[in-house]
Design a protein around this ligand. Structure first.
Ligand code: ASP
Length: 584
């Protein structure tokens, strides 16, 4: 037997027991005749102890152990002289009477401590050492707990976890596919799934009624910060349901996770239409932990001779309460912020509502104090507040103001990491215009159903942009953690949708024929949703990056620096696949 206990297990009550532990040497402290070793495994750290009464050979042996050596220690549990209340095993230590060296170790390239001296790249290269550190290990434990809670919750609601294929057919909608050449079918390729969307719908046609899967998905997108080319979804689908049923089911799951993981209870999650989310927050995933809702000002700012506002499609602002004392420097830096290329505003107008009731603004030339009071009233501003205003083309300006709102939220400490504000965003547009290709794309995916009351608009191309979908996202703290939709289960409507997206019959048949074929054999009404599992974990773990919750993540360039992938393959492999490279 390698061990009788783990390194996190022994307590005061175990004193006097003879035990065997095994683990990694965290640290050796040598004070002459006294030697301590911190022995670590996944469960904790136990202090090993040797003193003047110990066999000198043992002391010699202990001194030879380097960091991360794997050893076995046999001994008697004794009460510690100076206890450590910060450690679960802090009341005891192990008086060693035998060591076995199980394996040596090179000196690790960084310290295996909660706060390591290793940079990001180095820790990723030696991720197996990084995972030995508490914070990383704890994140993986959290991920496991979340997965178990999800499985149990959904299983109790009669959902079946069913695996769907990883090698599937490439479809042109959505993001770019990762493709896999087929040796046995030269010139043909599989794609890795961006999501099991079509398969889960087929499972509904197959009568499985309720499906879920904690499943890896792949998207060959340009990597933005905190995107991974492979990521995990909690993918779900249900039959004979309406939107209300879906929202309630998965709100239930989210509440269950909050309760079990955080001890938090919630009433009904608020709901907001996509239209309102854009109008009042400039984002389809508003962070509603704080206010600062947008106030539109066209009717109170135009016609006073300020050309920028007069010519703008939309003048819109936020009121930062209690910020009238912002200095010139602070205001300049906010202007700098909105002018950054990532935000892209031309400039920013401010109005200070001073505590003495007077106004000071960057547009005093054009607006009298009375005019400014009217604007302040529109904001519902009080003395002591600071109004920040942007203008320009409506949607662009909203998106820019969203960036400013979030920045103000950060600066004012209003985005508290331990506060959670879940929200459903509903009634997304069905279609989204793409300037580049001059056509509409499905905002969610081509199987998403329009709202029945908007269905007739499909016959009028000039109205396509106005059609609302039965599609919903679940948002938490400004992060989209999941989304889904009611599906089209009617063949005629689905055909219409394909035509709207610019597919002729032949192309639709080629791309989606197997799903369409299945829909002719009694497809039940169905709907679903998928949560981004990595993101959900990072949210519950109170961390910003999803990478922290993935055992072996890719870096920002999509590389696995540990294994060195992606990498070229041998000419023989290419020959076997009958693939000739044409690198530019
Ligand atoms: N397959 C969708 C997605 O990956 C989710 C869904 O509609 O169920 O976003």
């Amino acid at each position: 037997m390698y061990r009788t206990h783990t390194c996190g297990e022994l307590r005061f009550a175990d004193c006097g027991k003879e035990v065997t532990l095994a683990g990694w040497v965290q640290r050796v402290r040598d004070k002459g005749s006294l030697v301590w070793i911190d022995l670590r495994d996944r469960y904790g750290i136990t202090q090993l102890f040797l003193d003047g009464n110990s066999d000198p050979k043992l002391i010699e042996q202990a001194r030879s152990f380097g960091r991360e050596f794997v050893i076995q220690a046999k001994g008697i549990v004794i009460e510690r002289e100076s206890k450590n209340p910060n450690m679960p095993t802090g009341d005891i230590e192990l008086k060693v009477n035998a060591f076995t060296l199980l394996n040596g170790s090179k000196v690790p390239p960084f310290t295996i401590e909660d706060v390591s001296d290793g940079g990001d790249d180095l820790r990723m290269k030696y991720r197996y050492l990084d995972i030995r550190r508490n914070p990383v290990r704890k994140n993986l434990e959290l991920r496991h707990r979340m997965a178990m809670l999800v499985r149990n919750y959904l299983s109790n609601l009669n959902f079946l976890e069913i695996e769907t294929p990883m090698l599937i057919k490439s479809t042109p909608e959505g993001a770019r596919d990762f493709v896999v050449p087929s040796r046995m079918n030269p010139g043909e390729f599989y794609a890795l799934p961006q999501s099991p969307q079509q398969y889960k719908q087929l499972l509904m046609v197959a009568g499985m009624d309720r499906y879920f899967q904690i499943v890896r998905c792949f998207r060959d997108e340009d990597l933005r910060a905190d995107r991974q080319p492979e990521f995990t979804q909690i993918d779900c689908e249900m039959s004979f349901v309406e939107q209300e049923d879906v929202l309630n089911t998965f709100e239930g799951l989210a509440k269950h996770l909050f309760k079990e993981m955080k001890g938090l209870e919630f009433g009904q999650f608020p709901r907001m239409t996509w239209h309102d989310a854009m109008k009042y927050y400039g984002s389809d995933k508003p962070d509603i932990r704080f206010g600062m809702k947008f106030v539109e000002l066209n009717d109170v700012v135009k016609g006073k001779g300020f050309g920028l506002f007069d010519n703008a499609d939309l003048v819109v602002g936020i009121n930062a309460e209690g910020c009238s004392e912002y200095t010139r420097k602070q205001l300049d830096s906010l202007t700098e912020f909105v002018k950054r290329p990532q935000v892209g505003a031309g400039g920013m107008v401010y109005i200070k509502y001073n505590t003495d009731g007077t106004f000071k603004s960057s547009v005093d030339k054009f607006y009298t104090p009375e005019d400014l009071k009217v604007i302040a009233d529109k904001f519902g501003a009080k003395p002591g507040d600071l109004m920040l205003i942007l203008c320009g083309e409506a949607m662009k300006t909203r998106v820019q103001l969203n960036a400013l709102r979030l920045e103000m939220g950060n600066q004012l400490g209003l985005r508290k990491p331990d506060e959670y504000a879940p929200l459903w965003v509903i009634d997304f547009p069905l279609l989204e215009w793409d300037e580049e290709t001059q056509r509409y794309y499905a905002m969610h995916h081509p199987f998403t159903a329009p709202k029945p009351e908007d269905e007739a608009l499909l016959d009028d191309p000039s109205k396509w942009g106005d059609i609302r979908a039965n599609a919903y996202d679940i948002v938490m703290n400004g992060v989209e953690v999941g989304g889904g939709s009611i599906r089209i289960h009617d063949r005629t409507l689905q055909n219409k949708m394909f035509h709207t997206l610019g597919f002729n019959d032949e192309k639709a048949q080629e791309q989606f024929g197997f799903l369409m074929g299945a829909f002719e054999y009694g497809a039940p009404p169905h709907a679903g949703l998928a949560f981004g599992f990595d993101r959900l974990c990072s949210l519950f773990g109170g961390a910003d990056s999803i990478r922290d919750f993935i055992a072996f993540p890719k870096n920002n360039a999509g590389r696995d620096v540990m294994s060195g992938s992606p990498a070229p393959i041998a000419q023989e492999q290419l020959d076997e696949l009958q693939i000739a490279l044409n690198l530019k």
